[in-house]
Design a protein around this ligand. Structure first.
Ligand SMILES: [Zn+2]
Length: 128
């Protein structure tokens, strides 16, 4: 019991996506609602940023929303005004966000990039 409580405390320290990356969250929400994915859109208000991507691609704005990247079978492509973003969905839960130049144009969105760089010192970095 004590261990579970400690984990809960640590998890609550991770910033909420909607507060940390509001421009990305707004674009994802608009797209998901347009596609009729209200359940996924609602999760945007609750999910927390567990880590940012540590790869060396300067155009990558990848986000991890769970302690480890799960074996997701569901990949969800979201078309924002400037990019195609891929959402990993594991057991119907948002798990990760791929936002990079190989699938979209993250480099060109200065607002998303600025928020991402501002968040970087406050959360861990990892690659899987
Ligand atoms: Zn990356």
């Amino acid at each position: 019991m004590a261990a579970d409580y400690a984990v809960a405390l640590v998890r609550s320290d991770y910033p909420k996506l909607v507060g940390a990356l509001p421009a990305l969250t707004r674009d994802l929400r608009e797209s998901l609602l347009r596609e009729g994915e209200a359940d996924l859109a609602a999760q945007l208000d609750e999910v927390r940023v567990h880590a940012l991507c540590a790869c060396d691609d300067p155009a990558c704005l990848g986000v991890y929303l769970a302690p480890e990247r799960g074996p997701c079978v569901g990949h969800y492509r979201v078309v924002t005004p400037d990019a195609v973003v891929t959402l990993g969905v594991c057991r119907e839960q948002l798990d990760w966000i791929d936002d990079n130049e190989s699938i979209g144009s993250a480099r060109l969105n200065s607002e998303r990039r600025r928020e991402y760089e501002a968040l970087r010192p406050h959360v861990p970095a990892r690659t899987d």
